[in-house]
Design a protein around this ligand. Structure first.
Ligand code: DGJ
Length: 739
């Protein structure tokens, strides 16, 4: 519920357990008052301390700059005295930089605005939304900013965005427009961020916040392997289950900026948005610029509560695909099985064997088009390689559909190889700076997706295939970062628009794909998980998490990802051992448990599997279909931490990981335990469960016995895990509430 207290010009946004409060202070400045555990509606403006030195400018003109530099401003500008990081910055007709945003009007309404061309959250009939819009204006130039705040009452999240509009007489250059800025004064003194690299995405950093600025960002044109568009602010005592956690993410897939700045008076300025570095956007009179949405989550139930709020919000209010609530077909992908080295017979052999074991979808990965025997050529020429696939895709798809399987295909639509017909015909379609050598990455260039004619040329090729063979699934890959960012279609002073225009172009083509083929199951990918962000979820219900399919590494990658993105979106496959990324051996059974903590599938040459491993596949598929709804729609409780040094000696926290998915009505649950390293002379472990109904009893099977325990017992005393001998051994237990 959103309440406006007119007397103190205060707005209070209340969700189930949280309140977010802001106010208009004297002279029209919009200030942040409070965000945290829910409070009764009341005048809270006292928290701003504007009855203390330096007071508001009208009471103390001589210290005007101190007012700006100390007041918790809701959308701070650069240039007039707030020396902390700004949210908004532009160059006026004099070539100067200053902004002074003041309140003009506000509006509170039921519903959620849509964002043209950008992924965005939406309301549903079952869970409606309420929105507060506040219009601010910089009087000397006429620039306005419309701040938008949406809440879904059952979720402790605030969705923020800003729309900048030039209502002045001249053109201005926008240099920065973050999606949100919030000045917090609370117990949070630690920051959690996610870092990584190719094959090692989303690793955990939790560090004390020092005075000054600490940031993660991307200037690679994608959200990146290296840092994720996410951070959390937590108290030192915040754990997985308890304590305050403030989470921030951006519904965006390009350059981002995420920063916490501890200022001189101990106030923490937290911000997220499009990276202002190398960003500029020309605004002619009357033109607007819309920022992506930021999602701000508050939880008093620790990191677990924060993550569950993100998961539910994205599942219910961001992912649109018809597949989001459906049991997805179990796929087999040929990449780790064959790489580029395959022909029709080889693929048919894999499909035959996979079909017999119950696998439902065959995905043909890279190497099927042009003359692509390696990653040196053919991107942009999306017609089948007749040497490998005589007669094109049809003989293969006929064979696969004849087996009762569905067919999926890999594309990398945004890329072009120097050795391709497309590049030879249109060299200017690649992103480049005239007169400068073009940097190759994986031997390829990036197409200028800001241009409609470039997108259309790719679309025509994809459509031709989609309309001639039955393609149920597409893997949309993106295997390099942007360099020499220049577009032949933009004038010199607007080149910095290209980063964002490129992302808008990617969104435009994905939108076209999913609206023209609404039943298509789209999986995004970027050299593994370099574009695993909330923006992509608007188009695809699943994203390939990492090129590292090693079960042990995946525990960390999937833990990190689950901090802010739903497990139902995490592409996760069982592959062969020794694992291609690490050389590590893990039991086939455990690889299945770990891949079931995501969208389950296989990525191996099933014809080469041992009989013992292959025999496990039908039962893995059965379990995925029987219990996968809990991963998709249930609540996830992380019970272990694959990064943790001993957090709880009694549970021997070192060396194991565990998680449980609990149905929303708590009638059933799926628990998984992985013993990462075996400890000698250790008795059975007791792992305390979470999320169950303490009042109900649950039954489960263990070693052919049926055990019944109360939810309270399982959560307080734990479930007993016995007799796991060896590293990376695990178990999966389904619990059902007794009627
Ligand atoms: C990177 C992806 O992450 C892999 O799964 C695979 O599709 C390769 N690209 C193909 O080039």
């Amino acid at each position: 519920m959103i309440t406006h207290i007119e007397a103190c010009r205060q707005f209070q946004l209340d969700t189930a357990h949280a309140s977010y409060v802001l106010t208009v202070v004297d002279e029209g400045y919009l200030a942040h008052v409070y965000w945290g555990k829910k409070l009764p509606v009341a005048d809270m403006t006292d928290l701003l301390r504007i009855d203390e030195n330096p007071f508001v400018p009208s009471k103390n003109e001589r210290d005007r700059s101190s007012f700006f530099d100390t007041t918790p401003l809701e959308y701070p500008c650069a240039g007039i005295g707030d020396y902390r990081e700004a949210a908004f910055d532009f160059v006026d007709a004099h070539g100067c930089r200053a902004g002074d945003l003041r309140y003009v009007s506000h509006r509170i309404y039921d519903g959620k605005p849509t964002l043209e061309g950008l992924p965005h959250t939406f309301a549903t009939d079952a869970e409606p939304a309420e929105t507060l819009e506040i219009l601010l204006q910089d009087q000397p130039t006429g620039m306005t900013v419309l701040l938008s705040y949406t809440i879904f009452p059952q979720l402790d999240a605030v969705i923020r965005s800003a729309q900048v509009r030039n209502d002045g007489p001249a053109a201005y250059m926008l240099n920065r427009a973050l999606s949100c800025s919030v000045d917090l004064e609370n117990e949070c003194s630690e920051m959690i961020t996610l870092y990584g690299s190719w094959a090692r995405e989303r690793q955990l950093d939790r560090l004390p916040i020092r005075h000054g600025k600490q940031r993660v960002d991307s200037l690679r044109g994608e959200s990146s392997h290296q840092y994720s568009p996410f951070f959390a602010l937590v108290a030192p005592q915040t754990t997985e289950q308890s304590g305050s956690a403030y989470g921030f993410t951006l519904i965006y897939s390009g350059n981002f900026f995420a920063q916490a700045e501890m200022t001189q008076h101990g106030v923490l300025r937290a911000q997220i948005g499009i990276n202002p570095d190398d960003f500029a956007w020309e605004l002619q009179p009357g033109a607007t610029f819309q920022t992506p949405e930021a999602v701000l989550v508050y939880s008093e139930e620790g990191l677990g509560g924060m993550s569950r709020c993100f998961h539910q919000l994205f599942h219910k209010h961001l992912i649109r695909s018809v597949w989001k609530d459906r049991s997805r077909p179990v796929l087999i992908n040929n990449w780790e099985a064959t790489y580029f080295n395959f022909d029709l017979e080889k693929l048919k052999g894999i499909a035959d064997c996979a079909a017999k074991l119950g696998i439902e979808l065959f995905v043909l990965d890279d190497g099927w088009f042009g003359h692509r025997d390696s990653d040196n050529c053919s991107l942009g020429d999306w017609s089948p390689d007749e040497r490998k696939l005589p007669g094109g895709l049809k003989p293969l798809t006929d064979h696969i559909t004849g087996l009762g399987m569905k067919f999926g295909l890999w594309f990398e639509p945004e890329m072009v190889s120097p050795d391709s017909d497309l590049y030879r015909a249109h060299p200017d379609w690649a992103i480049q700076i005239p007169g400068r050598p073009m940097t190759q990455c994986r031997g390829q260039y990036v197409l200028d997706f800001s241009r409609a004619e470039v997108r259309d040329a790719i679309w025509q090729q994809m459509k031709q295939l989609l309309d001639t063979v039955p393609i149920s699934y597409i893997k949309w890959d993106m295997n390099r970062q942007l360099t020499e960012v220049g577009s032949a279609a933009l004038p010199a002073h607007r080149q910095k628009e290209l980063w964002h225009r490129y992302v808008l172009g990617v969104y435009a083509l994905q939108e076209k794909l999913v609206t023209n083929y609404p039943d298509l199951l789209l999986e995004n990918c970027s050299g593994g998980g370099a574009r695993f962000d909330a923006g992509m979820l608007y188009y695809s219900p699943q994203i390939w998490s990492s090129d590292d399919t090693d079960a042990k590494e995946r525990l960390r990658i999937q833990y990190g990802t689950s901090l802010f993105l739903p497990p139902s979106a995490m592409g996760a496959h069982v592959s062969v051992c020794p694992n291609h990324a690490t050389g590590r051996n893990t039991p086939f059974e455990t690889r299945g448990y770990v891949a079931m903590n995501g969208t389950f599938g296989y990525e191996l040459d099933v014809t080469q599997l041992s009989a013992e491993d292959a025999a496990q596949i039908p039962d893995q598929i059965r379990r995925y279909h029987a219990w996968g709804h809990l991963v998709r729609n249930g609540l996830q409780y992380r019970l272990g931490n694959p990064f943790a040094p001993s957090a709880c000696a009694a549970q021997m926290q070192d060396g194991w990981d565990a998680w449980i998915y609990v149905a929303e009505d708590r009638s059933e649950a799926l628990f998984t335990f992985i013993q990462m390293t075996a400890d000698p002379n250790l008795r059975s472990r007791r792992i305390r469960l979470a999320g169950l109904d303490p009042e109900r009893h649950y039954t489960y099977a263990w070693n052919a016995n049926t055990i019944t325990r109360s939810g309270a017992y399982l959560m307080q005393c734990g479930i007993r895990i016995q007799n796991l001998w060896g590293d990376m051994k695990g178990c999966q237990i389904h619990l059902t509430a007794v009627q």
